[in-house]
Design a binder for this molecule. Structure first.
Ligand code: MG
Length: 348
């Protein structure tokens, strides 16, 4: 009898297999423009972008954020990276009997503040309580819808000036050789912030989670144009994003390790724990694939935003091979294989 393990929820290839073998097998088969089986950041039907996200982070409050901020940001960002404008959220709570009302209030306040930052409201929801011991304190599901905008139309028209492009949205399958890859900031901050706080590690410097809604920054980028896909490197980190793009677009991606922004404290933590920062989740960063002619313009626009000040062009798409290759700092090349799961469980 096989049983569910934490790896089945960790965002890597073990989770992908469960989704394909079980969830899509029974729930796939819609005629949505971007259906369940596309496994993109959101689905799209009748030009409505739809996303659902459950959050089980442990602990509920961590340096730089909390589960409420995470829930709103995660859903908003998954809608925005499709090129859509988030317009409304739902919020469903499952509470464990005995949970402090003051903690619930703290989470709700944080959700409210994050909604204001993102310019969205929660417009419907649900609340359930289970017996003590039936779950670990608190789970929240946020779903959201988004709509098509003039900024997306403009963005696509700019892409078409430079290369062939027949998608109507920003999809994982849109990359072509020559496109450039940009990281909006330092990798691994969220996962290391939660892990070090939860397990009481002292890595010398305090790392804060980057959790943040990024829809306004993304809207500004679309106004410039030339973007073929954006993705938020959450569970499985940068490595997961690049491997999904490589597989779905059937292209190779080459990344210069020295260009990937990462904090010293995150590198130190990863070395101590024997994990790879490229596989660690972020909640306030985007990876952008853009036609090469607009890469510098998009990079400077990202850097105008405080959350994008460390942005770098980290690599490009190639037809020389398939998969993801890392040019290492010491001058070698290695294959960046898809992570089995996020090395840090329960961070979102
Ligand atoms: Mg995503």
């Amino acid at each position: 009898m096989s049983r569910i393990t934490l790896s089945h929820g960790a965002g890597g290839s073990i989770m992908q297999k469960l989704i394909k073998d079980q969830i899509i097998r029974y729930l796939g088969g819609s005629s949505a423009e971007v259906p369940l089986e596309a496994l993109d950041d959101s689905a799209i039907i009748n030009d409505i972008v739809l996303k659902s996200d459950s959050h089980t982070v442990k602990p509920l409050f961590f340096p730089g954020g909390d589960i409420g901020r995470l829930a709103v940001s995660g859903t908003v960002n998954d809608i925005a990276v499709m090129g859509a404008e988030p317009i409304a959220l739902t919020s469903a709570f499952v509470l464990e009997e005995g949970f402090l009302v003051s903690d619930f209030e703290r989470i709700l306040k944080s959700m409210s503040e994050t909604c204001k930052q993102a310019g969205v409201h929660v417009i419907t929801g649900d609340t359930k309580v289970v017996e003590k011991g039936a779950l670990d304190k608190f789970i929240v599901n946020t779903s959201g819808i988004g709509k098509r905008t003039n900024a997306l139309e403009h963005n696509i028209s700019v892409v078409k000036k430079h290369r062939s492009f027949n998608a109507r949205w920003l999809l994982d399958s849109n990359l072509k050789p020559g496109d450039k890859i940009i990281a909006s900031g330092t990798m691994g901050d969220h996962g290391i912030a939660v892990l070090s706080f939860r397990d009481g590690y002292d890595f010398g410097v305090k790392i804060l989670s980057d959790v943040k809604p990024l829809n306004y920054m993304i809207a500004d980028l679309l106004k410039i144009g030339g973007i073929v896909k954006i993705k938020d490197p959450t569970r499985g980190g940068l490595s997961n994003v690049l491997n999904e793009w490589s597989e779905k677009s059937r292209v190779g991606i080459i990344i210069a390790e020295e260009k990937v922004p990462v904090k010293e404290g995150v590198i130190a933590a990863c070395e101590m724990l024997g994990i790879d920062y490229m596989e660690i989740g972020n909640e306030g960063k985007i990876i952008v694939a853009v036609v090469k002619e607009l890469a510098e313009d998009i990079l400077s626009e990202i850097r105008q935003h405080p959350e994008g000040k460390d942005a770098e062009i980290i690599g490009e798409v190639t037809d020389q091979f398939t998969g993801v290759v890392l040019e290492t700092i010491i001058g070698g090349r290695r294959l960046l294989t898809p992570p089995l799961g996020d090395p840090v469980p329960r961070i979102c």
